[in-house]
Design a protein around this ligand. Structure first.
Ligand code: PCA
Length: 198
């Protein structure tokens, strides 16, 4: 049986929950061909990336998919690129503030996910939630965790990041008109995505 690591984030900003935590923590311990390890990451820089790297190097995983939430997205975003930028003028959960920083002083400007985003998107054509391939994971914690994962020489052959839209229950904490989905809908889509991993 293959080993899959799924990570998700704690809440941040005005939210008291994070859609990624709600969905990933509800998944079973075995999915298809994979035994699943789940790990919570703090919205704290650079701690989240440090935790990811140490797990990615020591856990013997075949695949590692990190999840986060992207309020305002009307679709599931398959993040195909991470950039060497950390910009968090509003601070993280530990109140660290960094403006226009680099994650790794002499690292590559961009790195690419190794999951097959095209195949995942194709498989989700009939899903009730739109799915898009994205080359901009932002410049906050999610991008930094993907960057650290893709530059850490993990043996996992299939690595990537997926941004989920918010859940309907989070709507009171967001601007009117923010796209939101039912938990069951998002969960079904995530299960379909994970069933397409090599
Ligand atoms: N989303 C943030 C960080 C944690 C999360 O769920 C981001 O997009 O960077």
């Amino acid at each position: 049986m293959k080993k899959l690591l799924l990570t998700y984030f704690e809440p941040f900003g005005a939210d008291s929950i994070n859609a990624s935590a709600e969905i990933i923590s509800s998944l079973p311990e075995h999915m298809g061909n994979f035994s699943v390890t789940k790990m919570l990451l703090p919205v704290v820089y650079p701690t989240a990336g440090d935790i990811m790297v140490s797990k990615a190097l020591s856990g013997g995983f075949d695949a590692i998919i990190a999840f986060g939430q992207y309020a305002g997205a009307g679709e599931i975003r398959l993040e195909n690129t991470a950039k060497n930028v950390i910009h968090m003028p509003n601070g993280d959960n530990a109140k660290n503030i960094i403006e226009n920083g680099k994650i790794c002083i002499d690292g590559p400007d961009t790195v690419c996910s190794t999951f097959n985003a095209g195949a995942i998107k194709e498989a989700l054509r009939d899903s009730s939630i739109p799915v898009e391939i994205s080359n901009d994971a932002g410049s906050y914690l999610c991008n930094s965790v993907l960057y650290r994962l893709l530059t850490c020489n993990t043996k996992a052959k299939c690595c990537g990041f997926i941004h989920l839209p918010i859940l309907k229950s989070q709507l009171p904490f967001h601007k009117e008109g923010t796209p939101a989905f039912e938990k069951a809908q998002l969960r079904d889509a995530v299960i379909k995505i994970l069933s397409k991993l090599a």
